[in-house]
Design a protein around this ligand. Structure first.
Ligand SMILES: [Zn+2]
Ligand SMILES: [Zn+2]
Length: 87
């Protein structure tokens, strides 16, 4: 698997999520999706869900979606990489 965060110099996905780079990008993604959950339209506890991990660090609108915590948890049947507390 060719993880995008490595090309940005981050050791792992978690380090990427804690970076200012991601903080800014996350704000931008949320505003692109009208700051609302794309499933239930909630504006609370929003998180960015990566549809793939190859694009991490260079996400386009087709690579991510915005979900509230409840809907995001529903997307992840078992614990995986996208389900970090900081996301
Ligand atoms: Zn929701
Ligand atoms: Zn996710």
């Amino acid at each position: 698997m060719n993880e995008g965060w490595k090309s940005l110099g981050f050791e792992n996905y978690n380090e990427f999520l804690l970076s200012d780079f991601w903080k800014n990008k996350r704000e931008w993604i949320l505003s692109c999706f009208d700051n609302e959950c794309q499933i239930c339209k909630s504006k609370e506890k929003l998180e960015v869900h990566h549809l793939n991990y190859i694009s991490v660090g260079n996400e386009g609108m087709d690579d991510v979606t915005v979900l509230c915590r409840e809907c995001h948890n529903g997307k992840h049947k078992k614990r995986d990489i996208c389900r970090q507390e900081q996301l």
